[in-house]
Each structure stands twice: as C-alpha cells, then as structure tokens.
Design a protein around this ligand. Structure first.
Ligand SMILES: [Zn+2]
Ligand SMILES: [Zn+2]
Length: 173
C-alpha cells in the first residue's frame, strides 16, 4: 500500500494516523528466502515538522520462518520493527541523497518497500533453534538433537591439522 504524503506536508503541524499493512508473504533477499508466518496491520503516525519534513513513528511485529544455523530446523523468528524517524523531503530533489528516500516517490510512501528495508536491516545473521542445538553430524548428516550416530567426530588438534596441511601441500607438488 501507499501513503499519500501531500496532505500531511501541506499543513503545518498536522498529524495523521494511518492503518497500514504489508502484502508480502515471503521475504526474499540475498541472505535467503523466508516465509512470513505472522504479520498484522499496524498504525503509522505522521507529523509535519515543517520545511517539507515530517516525523514517522510506527511499530509492528513480523515473524519469519528461518532455518536453524546448525541443524536447519524451522525457527519462527519474531522481528520487532520499530521506527521513529524524521524524514526530510528536501533530500528527494537531490540525486545524491535520493537513495535514502527510495521508498518515497511522487509524494507517496511505499509501505511495502519501507518495511522490506526495515526487515533487511534488522535481520539476524543466524538464528538457532536453541542455544544448545547440537547441529548435524558432518559425516552422516544425522540431526544430533534427535538421534545419536556412531561417527567419529573427534576434531583434530589444530596444530596437527597444520602439519597435515603441510604434508598435503607436499603431495600436490
Ligand atoms: Zn538447531
Ligand atoms: Zn554421524
């Protein structure tokens, strides 16, 4: 959805509350493609702060289904998106600054693009199903939270692996 900004910008000190929502069912970016399992309409509060500037306040929760960084099990990750920002429309006329206001064009704020960007900047690098997640056996692929396997997973002493690397390098020559 789009929020028309000309109303708020034309009257000094004007405030406006708008019920907003997002349509996206999935969040797709370079870091992954995640289903949005929960979202809700939210309030956007706008206030004209003068000289083509306005304050935007909003808060909403979006839940993304992400894979556990160790065992790949589904983790429903709640993202609390909270924005309290002053937006200067004077910057939209300047090509260099245009990128900051990519979610605004023709005095309309694109809620979809705005929230997409907020998810992007708040997305964790990695989620875990539990702090104690044992992960997946790197030999047989068993989920070690659910079953044990008989693989030998003793890690090599790092000093030993250095020596082994040296031997391997000699072999290649
Ligand atoms: Zn896990
Ligand atoms: Zn195993």
């Amino acid at each position: 959805m789009y929020i028309e900004l000309s109303d708020i910008l034309s009257v000094k000190d004007k405030e406006l509350d708008i019920q907003a929502y997002i349509e996206m069912q999935r969040f797709t970016s370079k870091s992954g493609d995640y289903e949005i399992v929960s979202k809700a309409p939210f309030n956007v509060h706008l206030k004209n702060t003068g000289k083509k500037r306005f304050k935007l306040d909003m808060e909403t929760d979006v839940t993304l289904r992400m894979p556990c960084g160790r065992c790949l099990a589904d983790v429903d990750y709640d993202l609390d998106i909270k924005v309290s920002r002053e937006i200067d429309m004077n910057e939209s006329g300047n090509d260099d600054e245009m990128e900051d206001l990519f979610y605004i064009s023709n005095s309309e704020l694109d809620v979809e693009t705005f929230i997409y960007n907020e998810i992007l900047v708040n997305l964790p690098m990695k989620v875990l199903c539990s702090e104690n997640c044992k992960g997946i056996c790197n030999r047989c692929g068993a989920n070690l939270n659910l079953q044990l396997c008989n693989c030998d997973r003793t890690e090599l002493d790092p000093r030993m692996s250095k020596i082994r690397d040296i031997f391997n390098n000699f072999k290649e020559v």
